[in-house]
Design a protein around this ligand. Structure first.
Ligand SMILES: C[S@@+](CC[C@H](N)C(=O)[O-])C[C@H]1O[C@@H](n2cnc3c(N)ncnc32)[C@H](O)[C@@H]1O
Length: 275
């Protein structure tokens, strides 16, 4: 234990915390995350005015445990970006959008599962606005879900620091972005036409899914990497259940289906369809 710590933090306490995390999120926490846990959660102890991690664990174990979402917010990795893994957005623009355009008026349902702060679903929305002429009038919804309430609040507000806009600084994307002035200088916000397509909602991928629809496309990228093999297998199976007959599943670059599912076949780089 480091002498300079503000709160004592034992390996047992770390173990107890990571057991809670895996039970509530499916996220498997490596031993190497000990320091990260300490620094992120010491902030919670300070904010709550607690004496030590024993008190924090007691709070988390209370029946109503309003602190559990805060624990989750503190430890999730929300790394994302506009048009991250650009080949997926090219596939959407060049392969799926023309197919969907050939079925004018058909409802379209897309799910960004593990959307973090929303850059992924807004990137999808912009591609559809650019490549699907009837997108603004169509029955088109992009469901954007995550477990992290802070990340979701940002997805809902659709406000980002301008220095994170990346490709949005350039045509054609920049026309879908509003730039803040005065007090809001240095911030951007997605235009209302883009926001109108995206519907953020809290959903735990290892919990119940109150979803009625099947999806034309599911993006579940860079989420499974945090889960163990049985959790991944079950998740992929449930995602396959939620795909429409012509639906596509998009996974992250480090996520392969080898050994996880025989129900899906690759159709492009980390893009899958029902076998
Ligand atoms: C690294 S981000 C990926 C964001 C985006 N999909 C991308 O690829 O850029 C992973 C996200 O998965 C979310 N997540 C982790 N476990 C989850 C769970 N059990 N249910 C829902 N979301 C979860 C995290 O909160 C985080 O926002």
């Amino acid at each position: 234990m480091r002498a300079s710590r503000e709160y004592p933090f034992t390996w047992e306490e770390f173990e107890a915390l990571r057991r809670l995390v895996v039970a509530h999120t499916g996220i498997v926490v490596a031993d190497t995350k000990f320091e990260m846990f300490y620094s992120r959660l010491a902030r919670r102890l300070r904010a709550l005015g607690l004496r030590d991690f024993r008190d924090y664990l007691a709070l988390l174990r209370q029946g109503d445990a309003a602190e559990i979402p805060e624990l989750i917010n503190a430890i999730t990795t929300n790394l994302t970006g506009f048009f991250r893994e650009p080949h997926h957005f090219e596939f959407l623009a060049k392969t799926l959008a023309p197919r969907w355009a050939a079925r004018p008026g058909a409802p379209l349902r897309i799910w960004s599962a593990g959307c973090a702060s929303g850059e992924e679903p807004y990137s999808i929305a912009m591609v559809l606005l650019e490549h699907l002429a009837d997108a603004p009038r169509r029955d088109l919804r992009i469901l954007a879900t995550d477990l992290d309430t802070q990340a979701l609040a940002q997805a809902d507000a659709a406000i980002y620091p301008a220095d994170r806009m990346g490709p949005l600084a350039h045509p054609p994307w920049r026309r879908w972005v509003l730039r803040g002035r005065g007090e809001r200088a240095g911030l951007i916000r997605m235009r209302p036409e883009v926001r109108a397509l995206v519907h953020p909602r809290r959903l735990n991928l290892i919990g119940d899914w109150p979803l009625e629809r099947r999806y034309d496309a599911i993006f579940c990228r860079n989420v499974m990497i945090y889960f163990d093999a049985p959790t991944k297998r079950r998740l992929v199976d449930r995602l396959a259940d939620r795909l429409g007959d012509q639906g596509h599943l998009f996974l992250g670059h480090a996520e392969s289906l080898i050994g996880l599912s025989q129900r899906l076949r690759p159709v492009a780089r980390t893009v899958y369809a029902l076998a």
